[in-house]
Design a binder for this molecule. Structure first.
Ligand code: OGA
Ligand code: MN
Length: 299
Protein backbone atom coordinates (compact mmCIF):
# COMPACT_ATOMS: atom_id res chain seq x y z
CA UNK A 1 0.00 0.00 0.00
CA UNK A 2 1.31 3.47 -0.83
CA UNK A 3 1.28 6.46 1.48
CA UNK A 4 -1.56 8.88 1.02
CA UNK A 5 -1.70 12.46 2.32
CA UNK A 6 -4.96 14.20 3.23
CA UNK A 7 -4.44 17.94 3.91
CA UNK A 8 -5.88 19.22 7.21
CA UNK A 9 -5.84 22.96 6.37
CA UNK A 10 -5.22 24.91 3.14
CA UNK A 11 -1.49 25.31 3.90
CA UNK A 12 -0.20 23.22 6.82
CA UNK A 13 -0.59 19.67 8.15
CA UNK A 14 -1.81 16.46 6.55
CA UNK A 15 -2.98 13.08 7.79
CA UNK A 16 -0.97 10.22 6.39
CA UNK A 17 -2.36 6.74 5.95
CA UNK A 18 -1.18 3.48 4.51
CA UNK A 19 1.82 2.75 6.69
CA UNK A 20 2.79 1.03 9.95
CA UNK A 21 5.69 3.09 11.33
CA UNK A 22 6.57 0.55 14.01
CA UNK A 23 8.03 -1.72 11.31
CA UNK A 24 11.25 -1.07 9.36
CA UNK A 25 10.73 1.36 6.49
CA UNK A 26 12.04 1.22 2.94
CA UNK A 27 14.18 4.15 1.68
CA UNK A 28 11.26 5.09 -0.60
CA UNK A 29 8.90 5.30 2.36
CA UNK A 30 11.36 7.47 4.28
CA UNK A 31 11.69 9.74 1.26
CA UNK A 32 7.91 10.00 0.90
CA UNK A 33 7.64 11.12 4.53
CA UNK A 34 10.46 13.65 4.08
CA UNK A 35 8.74 15.01 0.97
CA UNK A 36 5.48 15.22 2.91
CA UNK A 37 7.27 17.14 5.67
CA UNK A 38 8.66 19.60 3.11
CA UNK A 39 5.20 20.14 1.75
CA UNK A 40 3.01 20.20 4.88
CA UNK A 41 5.35 20.90 7.83
CA UNK A 42 3.21 18.71 10.12
CA UNK A 43 2.21 15.08 9.50
CA UNK A 44 -0.35 13.15 11.54
CA UNK A 45 -0.31 9.34 11.67
CA UNK A 46 -3.03 7.47 13.57
CA UNK A 47 -2.82 4.05 15.25
CA UNK A 48 0.96 3.81 15.53
CA UNK A 49 1.50 1.48 18.49
CA UNK A 50 5.04 2.52 19.39
CA UNK A 51 7.07 1.55 22.41
CA UNK A 52 10.18 3.65 23.11
CA UNK A 53 12.49 1.35 21.13
CA UNK A 54 10.36 1.30 17.98
CA UNK A 55 9.80 5.05 18.20
CA UNK A 56 13.56 5.70 18.43
CA UNK A 57 14.28 3.23 15.61
CA UNK A 58 11.73 4.94 13.37
CA UNK A 59 13.07 8.39 14.31
CA UNK A 60 16.64 7.48 13.31
CA UNK A 61 15.50 7.27 9.68
CA UNK A 62 15.52 11.07 9.63
CA UNK A 63 18.89 11.87 11.21
CA UNK A 64 20.76 12.03 14.48
CA UNK A 65 18.74 12.04 17.72
CA UNK A 66 19.02 14.84 20.27
CA UNK A 67 19.36 14.25 23.99
CA UNK A 68 16.38 16.01 25.57
CA UNK A 69 17.08 19.27 27.41
CA UNK A 70 15.10 17.89 30.39
CA UNK A 71 17.50 14.95 30.56
CA UNK A 72 20.52 17.25 30.33
CA UNK A 73 19.35 19.19 33.37
CA UNK A 74 18.15 16.25 35.51
CA UNK A 75 19.69 13.61 37.72
CA UNK A 76 19.40 10.06 36.33
CA UNK A 77 17.14 8.95 39.21
CA UNK A 78 14.64 11.69 38.34
CA UNK A 79 14.22 10.37 34.81
CA UNK A 80 11.23 8.28 33.74
CA UNK A 81 12.47 7.75 30.17
CA UNK A 82 15.81 7.27 28.48
CA UNK A 83 17.99 10.23 27.45
CA UNK A 84 16.85 10.45 23.82
CA UNK A 85 13.19 10.59 24.81
CA UNK A 86 11.79 13.92 25.96
CA UNK A 87 9.21 13.23 28.66
CA UNK A 88 6.20 15.35 27.70
CA UNK A 89 4.03 13.93 30.47
CA UNK A 90 2.75 14.98 33.88
CA UNK A 91 4.24 11.87 35.54
CA UNK A 92 7.26 11.46 37.77
CA UNK A 93 9.89 8.68 37.67
CA UNK A 94 7.44 6.41 39.54
CA UNK A 95 4.63 7.08 37.06
CA UNK A 96 2.71 9.16 39.60
CA UNK A 97 1.01 12.46 38.80
CA UNK A 98 3.20 15.42 39.64
CA UNK A 99 2.04 17.68 42.47
CA UNK A 100 0.94 21.30 41.95
CA UNK A 101 4.24 22.72 43.19
CA UNK A 102 6.47 20.18 41.43
CA UNK A 103 9.32 22.05 39.74
CA UNK A 104 9.28 19.91 36.60
CA UNK A 105 5.55 20.42 36.28
CA UNK A 106 6.03 24.16 36.45
CA UNK A 107 8.93 24.07 33.97
CA UNK A 108 6.81 22.09 31.52
CA UNK A 109 4.27 24.92 31.47
CA UNK A 110 6.76 26.67 29.17
CA UNK A 111 5.39 24.41 26.41
CA UNK A 112 2.21 26.48 26.54
CA UNK A 113 4.13 29.35 24.89
CA UNK A 114 4.51 29.31 21.10
CA UNK A 115 7.96 27.92 20.39
CA UNK A 116 10.22 25.94 18.12
CA UNK A 117 11.94 22.99 19.82
CA UNK A 118 15.55 23.44 20.90
CA UNK A 119 15.85 26.87 19.27
CA UNK A 120 18.05 27.61 22.30
CA UNK A 121 20.71 25.33 20.81
CA UNK A 122 23.34 26.56 18.33
CA UNK A 123 22.27 23.69 16.09
CA UNK A 124 18.53 23.61 16.67
CA UNK A 125 16.11 20.75 16.07
CA UNK A 126 14.90 19.62 12.67
CA UNK A 127 11.95 17.28 13.25
CA UNK A 128 10.13 16.48 16.49
CA UNK A 129 8.16 13.24 16.69
CA UNK A 130 5.52 13.14 19.42
CA UNK A 131 3.79 9.89 20.28
CA UNK A 132 0.59 9.93 22.33
CA UNK A 133 0.49 7.00 24.75
CA UNK A 134 -2.21 8.25 27.15
CA UNK A 135 -4.34 11.31 26.45
CA UNK A 136 -6.55 13.23 28.90
CA UNK A 137 -10.33 13.12 28.45
CA UNK A 138 -10.49 16.87 27.91
CA UNK A 139 -8.08 19.54 26.65
CA UNK A 140 -4.39 19.07 25.90
CA UNK A 141 -4.48 19.82 22.18
CA UNK A 142 -1.28 20.84 20.44
CA UNK A 143 -1.42 23.78 18.03
CA UNK A 144 0.92 24.34 15.10
CA UNK A 145 1.58 27.60 13.25
CA UNK A 146 2.74 27.72 9.65
CA UNK A 147 5.80 29.95 9.60
CA UNK A 148 6.19 29.81 5.82
CA UNK A 149 2.67 31.08 5.25
CA UNK A 150 3.25 33.68 7.99
CA UNK A 151 6.41 34.86 6.22
CA UNK A 152 4.69 34.97 2.83
CA UNK A 153 1.89 37.11 4.29
CA UNK A 154 4.23 39.85 5.56
CA UNK A 155 4.14 43.11 3.64
CA UNK A 156 7.19 43.88 1.51
CA UNK A 157 8.58 46.51 3.89
CA UNK A 158 8.50 44.07 6.81
CA UNK A 159 10.06 41.32 4.69
CA UNK A 160 12.93 43.69 3.88
CA UNK A 161 13.24 44.67 7.54
CA UNK A 162 13.45 41.10 8.85
CA UNK A 163 15.59 39.63 6.04
CA UNK A 164 18.98 39.79 7.72
CA UNK A 165 18.07 40.08 11.38
CA UNK A 166 19.75 37.77 13.87
CA UNK A 167 18.00 36.88 17.12
CA UNK A 168 19.24 35.58 20.47
CA UNK A 169 17.60 32.47 21.95
CA UNK A 170 17.87 30.96 25.43
CA UNK A 171 15.73 28.70 27.56
CA UNK A 172 16.11 31.40 30.22
CA UNK A 173 14.13 33.89 28.11
CA UNK A 174 11.09 31.63 27.69
CA UNK A 175 11.13 30.51 31.31
CA UNK A 176 11.39 34.16 32.37
CA UNK A 177 8.01 34.77 30.68
CA UNK A 178 6.37 32.30 33.07
CA UNK A 179 8.22 33.61 36.11
CA UNK A 180 11.39 31.56 36.48
CA UNK A 181 14.65 33.23 37.33
CA UNK A 182 18.13 32.28 36.18
CA UNK A 183 19.22 31.09 39.60
CA UNK A 184 16.32 28.58 39.64
CA UNK A 185 18.45 26.43 37.30
CA UNK A 186 21.42 26.02 39.64
CA UNK A 187 25.05 26.96 39.03
CA UNK A 188 25.76 23.74 37.09
CA UNK A 189 23.28 24.62 34.33
CA UNK A 190 24.13 28.28 33.75
CA UNK A 191 26.27 27.57 30.67
CA UNK A 192 23.27 25.87 29.02
CA UNK A 193 21.40 29.18 29.30
CA UNK A 194 23.95 31.19 27.32
CA UNK A 195 22.07 32.75 24.38
CA UNK A 196 22.68 31.39 20.88
CA UNK A 197 22.12 33.26 17.61
CA UNK A 198 19.80 32.40 14.76
CA UNK A 199 18.56 34.08 11.65
CA UNK A 200 15.02 35.41 11.92
CA UNK A 201 14.35 34.40 8.32
CA UNK A 202 15.36 30.92 7.31
CA UNK A 203 15.61 29.83 3.70
CA UNK A 204 15.30 26.24 2.59
CA UNK A 205 17.15 25.69 -0.69
CA UNK A 206 15.33 22.40 -1.12
CA UNK A 207 11.82 23.90 -1.23
CA UNK A 208 12.86 27.42 -2.22
CA UNK A 209 10.75 28.81 0.63
CA UNK A 210 11.47 31.19 3.46
CA UNK A 211 10.06 30.96 6.96
CA UNK A 212 9.99 33.16 10.03
CA UNK A 213 12.07 31.52 12.73
CA UNK A 214 10.24 32.62 15.87
CA UNK A 215 10.19 31.05 19.32
CA UNK A 216 9.39 31.93 22.93
CA UNK A 217 13.11 31.38 23.53
CA UNK A 218 13.96 34.66 21.72
CA UNK A 219 15.12 37.43 24.06
CA UNK A 220 16.74 39.92 21.69
CA UNK A 221 17.75 41.00 18.21
CA UNK A 222 21.44 41.71 17.59
CA UNK A 223 22.02 45.46 17.39
CA UNK A 224 18.59 46.40 18.75
CA UNK A 225 17.67 47.74 22.19
CA UNK A 226 16.05 44.87 24.14
CA UNK A 227 12.60 46.49 24.65
CA UNK A 228 12.34 47.33 20.94
CA UNK A 229 13.40 43.81 19.99
CA UNK A 230 10.91 42.18 22.33
CA UNK A 231 8.05 44.42 21.22
CA UNK A 232 8.81 43.63 17.56
CA UNK A 233 9.09 39.89 18.19
CA UNK A 234 5.71 40.05 19.96
CA UNK A 235 4.17 41.73 16.92
CA UNK A 236 5.58 39.05 14.63
CA UNK A 237 4.36 36.29 16.98
CA UNK A 238 0.88 37.76 16.95
CA UNK A 239 0.95 37.93 13.17
CA UNK A 240 2.25 34.38 12.75
CA UNK A 241 -0.24 32.72 15.09
CA UNK A 242 -3.46 34.09 13.61
CA UNK A 243 -6.06 31.35 13.12
CA UNK A 244 -5.52 31.22 9.34
CA UNK A 245 -1.96 29.93 9.92
CA UNK A 246 -2.83 27.43 12.68
CA UNK A 247 -3.71 23.74 12.81
CA UNK A 248 -4.99 22.45 16.17
CA UNK A 249 -4.41 18.76 16.80
CA UNK A 250 -6.84 16.93 19.10
CA UNK A 251 -4.95 13.82 20.20
CA UNK A 252 -6.11 10.23 20.17
CA UNK A 253 -4.04 7.51 21.84
CA UNK A 254 -1.35 6.15 19.48
CA UNK A 255 -1.27 9.23 17.26
CA UNK A 256 2.20 10.13 16.08
CA UNK A 257 2.68 13.71 14.95
CA UNK A 258 5.87 14.85 13.26
CA UNK A 259 6.61 18.56 12.85
CA UNK A 260 9.39 20.49 11.22
CA UNK A 261 10.77 23.00 13.74
CA UNK A 262 12.35 25.01 10.92
CA UNK A 263 9.03 25.87 9.32
CA UNK A 264 6.48 25.65 12.16
CA UNK A 265 5.97 26.75 15.77
CA UNK A 266 3.80 24.90 18.24
CA UNK A 267 2.30 25.15 21.71
CA UNK A 268 0.52 22.89 24.18
CA UNK A 269 -3.00 23.75 25.32
CA UNK A 270 -4.33 23.50 28.84
CA UNK A 271 -5.71 20.34 30.45
CA UNK A 272 -6.27 19.22 34.00
CA UNK A 273 -2.79 17.90 34.69
CA UNK A 274 -3.37 17.45 38.43
CA UNK A 275 -6.03 14.77 37.88
CA UNK A 276 -5.72 13.47 34.30
CA UNK A 277 -2.74 11.56 32.92
CA UNK A 278 -1.22 12.77 29.68
CA UNK A 279 1.69 10.60 28.61
CA UNK A 280 3.39 11.88 25.47
CA UNK A 281 6.92 11.01 24.39
CA UNK A 282 9.03 13.02 22.01
CA UNK A 283 12.04 12.04 19.99
CA UNK A 284 13.88 14.88 18.28
CA UNK A 285 16.09 15.02 15.21
CA UNK A 286 19.06 17.34 15.27
CA UNK A 287 19.25 20.00 12.55
CA UNK A 288 21.92 20.18 9.88
CA UNK A 289 23.91 23.13 11.17
CA UNK A 290 23.93 26.65 12.52
CA UNK A 291 21.46 29.09 10.95
CA UNK A 292 23.46 32.31 11.05
CA UNK A 293 25.77 31.36 8.19
CA UNK A 294 22.94 30.05 6.10
CA UNK A 295 22.93 31.37 2.57
CA UNK A 296 19.98 33.61 1.90
CA UNK A 297 18.41 33.84 -1.48
CA UNK A 298 16.68 36.85 -2.95
CA UNK A 299 12.93 36.29 -3.15
C1 OGA B 1 6.85 19.25 22.64
C2 OGA B 1 5.73 20.16 22.96
C3 OGA B 1 3.35 20.27 23.18
C4 OGA B 1 2.28 19.44 23.82
O1 OGA B 1 6.66 18.04 22.76
O2 OGA B 1 7.91 19.73 22.22
O3 OGA B 1 5.92 21.36 22.95
O4 OGA B 1 1.10 19.66 23.49
N1 OGA B 1 4.56 19.57 23.18
O5 OGA B 1 2.60 18.60 24.65
MN1 MN C 1 7.91 21.78 22.03
Amino acid sequence: MTLSFAPLTPTIAATVSGIDLTRPLTPEQVRAIDDGMDRYGVLVFHDQHFDDETQLAFSRNFGELEVSSGAEMSKPEEMRLKMEMADISNLDANNRLRAADDRKRLGALGNRLWHSDASFRAVPAKYSLLSARIVPPKGGNTEFADMRAAYDALDEATKAQVENLVTEHSNAFSREIIGFERQDYGAENQDKLRPVRHRLVRYDPHTGRKSLYLSAHIGGIIGWPVPEARAFIRDLMEHATQPEFVYAHAWKPWDLVIWDNRTTMHRARRYNDLTDVRDMRRSTIRGDGVTVEQVQQAA
